[in-house]
Design a binder for this molecule. Structure first.
Ligand code: ACM
Length: 403
């Protein structure tokens, strides 16, 4: 497979993307293609597809077929916002304990994804795939309990938040991860392959004799939490080496810095993000800026004026004022590969709502990333916006009303 590099195309930064999450709510392929067309129109060049999570597995694996037969749907979905969201505590019980009782699922076949990659390429868009590991593994564990500990069996996640089920990262888990990433590299031509790495609770590892032996073998104390951060870092470096053998670079959420990031990776800075950006770039690691300001699953302003979302978020004007170099020491600006908006879909149940949350903020971010300091003033941007929104409407995309 020829790896498709992000070609220089006149943009202020080379990586200008958006992430879609078909796991919490499945996004049918025609809508993914619509997003590709929209990105081409606004001069973005990356669509990051988050293909696995606790609530559903969306990538067809020929080696691990139960991922699609058993992990790609859940029997029900939590209604509203679970009461413990944002609190400590790793088992997200729904405070109201209300579920919709409706099965929800879907997945993309390898053949469909290959066609998508070809279509995207024809539009100048690279699809960056993500398989989220070693946390966010509940759906995979429901299909293959042996990827966990003590044969524990769980149903695919039906609520939101962070589940405690993680991948065991001994030989068995590492083989699983390599099998899946190998298939991912066969299907996608992106120079970057995202392995997630975010929100990986360490409780199962620290309680398991298997992982405890592993950290002892690394010369670490199994009673220290930090040892398990190092275990995750070891797993990340195994994956980075595997991807390098396929000519790809590992991309991961900024948690991959926690136990010491291996060489040659790229970090997506999202948590306490200016700090993550500073930490990564000082270590010489390239970054994609993906801070909470660019979490477009948050409302476009105060929550009271908007449909249910995860919380109050950035207005169009705030997105347009975004500084892609925020938190990055001047001498490390060259390490900013680009920026990305996130469309996590816990509260984005259908495509109509997806477009409402994404636009027009995505146009604002696209201009920030493509034109950089040479972009129009915000007033000029607003004057030109109705014509651009009309172009999107022709693609079947209706966003949030303009300010
Ligand atoms: C993330 O928002 N968990 C990367």
């Amino acid at each position: 497979m020829t790896v498709c590099l992000l070609p220089p195309d006149g943009g202020a930064v080379p990586y200008r993307g958006v992430m879609m999450d078909p796991c919490r709510h499945f996004v049918p392929l025609p809508e993914v293609r619509r997003m590709v067309e929209a990105l081409a129109l606004i001069r973005m060049n990356v669509l990051h597809l988050h293909l696995s999570d606790d609530q559903g597995w969306r990538f067809e694996s020929l080696k691990w077929p139960r991922l699609t037969t058993h992990a790609s749907s859940r029997p029900k979905t939590v209604v509203g916002r679970p009461g413990n969201y944002g609190r400590e505590g790793l088992h997200p019980e729904n405070y109201l304990n209300k579920y919709d009782g409706t099965e929800h699922g879907g997945f993309y076949t390898q053949s469909e994804l290959r066609k998508l990659v070809t279509f995207a390429k024809s539009k100048g868009i690279t699809i960056v795939p993500e398989i989220d590991m070693p946390g966010h593994m509940r759906a995979a564990r429901a299909a293959y309990p042996e990827l966990g500990f003590n044969g524990s069996v769980h149903e695919v996640g039906c609520s939101w938040g962070v589940y405690s089920e993680v991948l065991r990262v001994d030989e068995r888990g590492v083989q699983f991860a390599k099998d899946i990433l190998g298939e991912i590299c066969d299907v996608f031509d992106s120079p970057y392959v995202h392995i997630g790495g975010d929100e990986c609770p360490k409780e199962e590892w620290s309680a398991s004799p298997i992982s405890r032996e592993q950290v002892k073998g690394m010369g670490l104390n199994p009673d220290h939490l930090d040892s398990y951060h190092r275990l995750q870092a070891w797993f990340t470096s195994e994956m980075a080496a595997f991807l390098a053998s396929k000519g790809r670079k590992l991309l991961g959420w900024d948690e991959i810095l926690d136990g010491g990031a291996p060489e040659g990776v790229v970090v997506m800075a999202w948590r306490d993000w200016t700090h993550a950006a500073e930490r990564a770039t000082k270590a010489g690691i390239p970054i994609v800026q993906a801070p909470s300001l660019l979490y477009f699953d948050y409302a476009q302003g105060p929550e009271k004026d908007e449909p249910l979302s995860i919380g109050p978020g950035a207005t169009l004007e705030q997105v347009y004022a975004f500084d892609v170099y925020k938190g990055v020491p001047d001498e490390h600006r060259a390490l900013v590969l680009g920026t990305q908006a996130q469309l996590w879909s816990e509260y984005i149940p259908n495509p109509k709502h997806l477009w409402y949350m994404a636009f027009p903020r995505l146009i604002a971010l696209a201009d920030v990333a493509y034109y950089g300091d040479k972009r129009d003033s915000y007033d000029e941007f607003l004057q030109k916006l109705p014509a651009r929104v009309e172009e999107l409407r022709k693609l079947g995309i209706d966003g949030h009303p303009l300010p």
